[in-house]
Design a protein around this ligand. Structure first.
Ligand SMILES: [Zn+2]
Ligand SMILES: [Zn+2]
Length: 362
């Protein structure tokens, strides 16, 4: 089968190869025919050498939907032919952390697919703990509707959930990329009355605006965000802040396109625009350490929550999609067949203005 393989010793770091079909290795495994997958920024992090736990020579990719074609003897909830959406995390469902819903820290899993073991940018994939990691897709939900359920939509939900949103809250979302947009969608569902979208990329703010994801759209290149947020919140600050950008001071920008002007990092911005006693939920992945200036924030009584997504709501998210309450189709801005995935990677890397996510078809 065709597969996109990470080869850290090659110049391009990725190669389109012929690989053996995956086999069941454990009774809890399933083999899935991949019908639609995506390229994630985390794949670029692996290629750039920023994920030390990534194994060389694995097939990349962890966000996909497909059709079950084989199940191991201990798989109880799936049968051949089921259309399924995959969780980006592999989790056993049985360990200390899984039992508490903290599946990102599963003692027997974590981010495995497309990192430690073969991922989904291929024709077929082996999924361990298939009963846990695969969720059946309702009939009225298309593959495209379901593509982001197990990764970016779950991450957006996680960000909104961290903020413990109450009816009527004002929520600021830093970063209007795919995860930030999913956070806006979920914050609205959880009762946020005013959503403030913040990004330095005007195109991404415009897409959010076209989709009516927020109520205010602020660009730090055009205005002072702290002042603007205060104006919108009776001088208090946001009730909750979701940090989905992860940009260091002077470093890369919110949506990772070159931008020389940016001074303030998004972590600093996040706690500054939060009102006293707010929750700052951090879903972003930083490439550098961030500074927590405790003397400056003394008395603000903030709560910070950080983390990699505990993607435990896939079934609920699919239900919300089925009921028409969530639609993430607009996030797919380009589609490439698997045979042209190298072109897709190059487009994804170089066109942050026009590209949110690329869907890879068979
Ligand atoms: Zn991802
Ligand atoms: Zn576990």
């Amino acid at each position: 089968m065709k597969a996109l393989v990470y080869n850290k010793n090659s110049e391009s770091k990725i190669e389109l190869c012929e690989r053996e079909l995956p086999q069941i290795l454990d009774p809890k495994d399933a083999i899935v025919e991949v019908t639609l997958s995506s390229i994630c920024t985390s794949d670029l992090h692996i290629i750039n050498g920023q994920v030390p736990r990534a194994n060389n020579n694995i097939i990349l990719g962890h966000e996909f939907v497909g059709k079950v074609i084989e199940t191991g003897a201990d798989v109880k909830n799936l049968k051949i032919g089921d259309r399924v959406s995959a969780n980006c995390e592999t989790f056993c469902g049985n360990c200390y952390f899984c039992k508490r819903g903290y599946i990102n820290n599963c003692e027997n899993g974590g981010w495995e697919l497309g990192c430690r073991i073969d991922g989904c940018q291929a024709e077929y994939i082996r999924v361990p703990y298939a009963d846990m990691g695969l969720t059946k897709i309702p009939d009225n939900v298309t593959d495209k509707n379901a593509l982001f359920v197990g990764d970016i939509l779950s991450s957006g939900y996680f960000g909104a959930e961290m903020c413990e949103i109450k009816q009527g809250d004002t929520i600021a979302v830093i970063g209007s990329g795919p995860v930030g947009m999913c956070s806006m969608i979920c914050a609205r569902l959880m009762g946020a009355e005013k959503i403030i979208a913040i990004d330095v990329n005007e195109n991404r703010l415009n897409i959010a605006k076209q989709q009516n994801l927020a109520d205010f759209y602020l660009n730090p290149n055009n205005s002072d965000i702290e002042t603007e947020v205060k104006k919108l919140t009776h001088n208090r600050g946001a009730d909750g802040v979701i940090e989905a950008a992860g940009c260091s001071p002077h470093g890369a920008t919110y949506s990772q396109q070159p931008q020389s002007q940016q001074q303030q990092g998004t972590f600093e911005l996040a706690w500054k625009i939060a009102r006293p006693n707010a929750i700052v939920g951090i879903v972003a992945m930083y490439e550098e350490n961030q500074i927590l200036p405790l003397p400056q924030m003394y008395g603000k009584n903030l709560t910070f929550k950080t983390g990699g997504v505990d993607a435990i709501h896939c079934k609920k998210l699919l239900q919300l999609i089925s009921e028409g309450k969530i639609n993430t189709d607009f996030i797919v801005t380009q589609t490439y067949p698997l045979k042209d995935i190298l072109d897709a990677y190059s487009y994804f890397k170089n066109n942050k203005d026009t590209c949110l996510k690329i869907a890879i078809t068979k």
